[in-house]
Write a protein that binds this ligand. Sequence first.
Ligand SMILES: [Fe+2]
Length: 393
Amino acid sequence: MRVVIRVDALVPGSRLLRDVYSQHGALLLRKGTILTQEHVQTLRDQHLDEVVIELEDGGNQTPLSVGGVAPGDPSASLASLGHSGRVAVARRPGGAAAPAADPGWAAARSRSEALRPYENALAVIRQATETLRTSGGQAFPAQEVDAVAVFVVQEARRTYRVLSLLVQLRQASDPTFIHSLNVALVAGLIARWMGWGKDGMHQAVQAGLLHDVGKSLVAPEILNKPEPLTPAERAQMQEHVRAGYELVRNASEVSQDIALAVLQHHERMDGSGYPQGLVGEEATFLSRLVAVADVYAAMMADRAYRRRLGPFRAAEELEDESFSRLDPQITRVFLDRVAAFYVGSTVVLSDGRVGQVVFMDPREPSRPLVRVEKEFIDLSRRHELEINDILML
Ligand SMILES: [Fe+2]
């Protein structure tokens, strides 16, 4: 029997009856493939939510019922954060199931649905920040912050999702809080890669969510100013670390370590940071971890005054920063894992040719070895060439 089935209800052993494409339109799995556990995980990580398979009579998988299903309520609620992996099934008008191998339609639909839990998380962060700001730090919305942190910790277990969402979320609707969410995701990822357990990840994620909470007290004209800030404006902007610390330091739910990360995330190892100009390991380890996540997330985002750097350039700049300003140990762990992640991705070179990254030296991440058809191009030697774009992760 031919059925359309939700990816989150899929079990290994099913045979695909259609080719499956990624959101970028690249062929992921061919028709006829018998799905393994790894295939199923890949489909989930790609945010695809349904495929067409052959179902044995009496099989134990649940096909989609016929008829439209109302999309989930997009309004923010804590409950909605608990459903990150179970998106509502969208159907074409008229109730016909969407073919899995319709990359254009599937991409538009599954991207917006895949982003919905993040939009919900953003709305919860926005509300929580407002509560903190208006109460002057007297009312800490512990339940809300905790719910978002639990959600982000879950997401930070999936490297593909975090690193690809850093790209997607830059276009979402609420730039003020996207950065905090991205920093929380990257901080959670780094904490996992450093071998911290669930509690450690939770701590890192909370620090990421709260690190810029003091910006809620900075005048919007300064916060959103597209031109470079004057020295006086810069001083006001820099006050966000002390203001944020004041907002969270008295909350019994916020550990001293998290409060210090709010205060110290702009300190730099060479003493060039603020507010105290701490040197070396005077800033806490968590503060230094949030600093790495903050810098990377900022480089991956479009800002009013400059375009985002691609992941290869961002990794290279982070590498440079790690010599004097950022903690080299934390940066090393992060860059080694990021480099490994981008091996296999499809890139466009500055001469227009498309190739695949086959090796990345974490010390020179923007100059990997790229295979274009049968030719291997070593960008660490071919300085006239660079990577212009990523077509597919
Ligand atoms: Fe900051």
